[in-house]
Design a protein around this ligand. Sequence first.
Ligand code: C2O
Ligand code: CU
Ligand code: CU
Length: 431
Amino acid sequence: LENGVRTFELTARAGETAFPGRDTATGTWGFDDDFLGPTLRAKRGETVAFEIDNTLDENTSVHWHGMHLPAEMDGGPHQEIEPGQTWRPTWTVDQPAASLWYHPHPHGATEEHVYRGLAGMFLLDDDASAAADLPADYGVDDLPLIVQDRQFDDDDQFELSADGSEPGTLGDTIMVNGTVGAYQQVTTDRVRLRLLNGSTARTYAFAFPDREMTLVATGGGLIDAPVDLERIRLAPGERAEIVVPFEPGETVRLRSESVDLGGILIPATAGGNDDFDVLEFRAADELAPTPDPSWPRSVHADHDAVAEADAVNTREFVLNTRQINGERMDMSRTDEVVRVGDTEIWEVRSTQAIPHSFHIHDVQFRVLTIDEEDPPPELAGRKDTIYLEPNRRYRLLMRFEDYADPEMPYMYHCHMLLHEDEGMMGQFVVI
Ligand code: C2O
Ligand code: CU
Ligand code: CU
């Protein structure tokens, strides 16, 4: 950090990873590493400045998922980095503390780039979150968990099946932060897990078999107040922060249980209803005490400032057969024009019985209602991505604060990456 500017260098590169139980190293991609990328961290009010080198032999990009920022810094398909080139985005972080992530977004090839390993977490801090009673010792009792599934072929290489089956490629090997069969040592009586579903197609229902967990944050930041939950469903692109209690000396596993996809019945092999271990926790014989989760009301200032009564416009989005509102993504077409400063309601609906995960760039939204009902607590906080149960109407409230740019669009799309690549994406400009 120098003069309020935090600088980062990232290099997208090819590498090799020796996964356990494999005879041959797997060809993988990563940022500054063979697989995945470093956790980035910045504080509200800081200016971040990046130098991103693409040493791959094809175009890639780096999108800041969940970040409020100018469209030309967004890292979508209009900001691809050619091989051998460097991209230098910069912006000032101005949003509440949250667990965001970054990943490539090249036109039509996002699934492959993320699958090969280009992804990492981007944690934002602010004064209000710093004053919260929450485990916050990074790597000790505050852990980012990037959960992904992978399929290997006979040569121990990642396999993206191109058979077009729904919802996309599902793997039988679960990785946490790029590690297969991982375990985590626990030294405190509570641990905060920043869960990211970084998978291309699989939806998880995270749970501990014998205890509740406390939800403290959704993808866009802390929720109103801690909520105890038995499980939390996360579709591709979604994040949640949970706090989990541990007893001295015990071994417990975070699992993914059968996912309630909202009336969509797909076989276990398609990610519908399988149960499996995600990560083992081994607690030490003595655990240091942590406080009960709580935080000051001031963390909700941004959230509270966006009121339904201020909404000046309602737009409808219908997802079906790789299209949104009957259109496939076209880089040269602007689908929606939003006025800067406006508060809007986006009504989003999937009209087919396959899973979809709807994501909007630039903004964090609040779910007003699902059909006519209030959202459950795990969907009530700030979010940028949401699983769509079929034929239900999600009313999302958001404000397009600033950053008008009539030339450069932001994206909205399904975050099941095969669907995105095949065209389930649209573009909006803020003018
Ligand atoms: Cu995480 Cu447009 O993407
Ligand atoms: Cu995004
Ligand atoms: Cu989809």
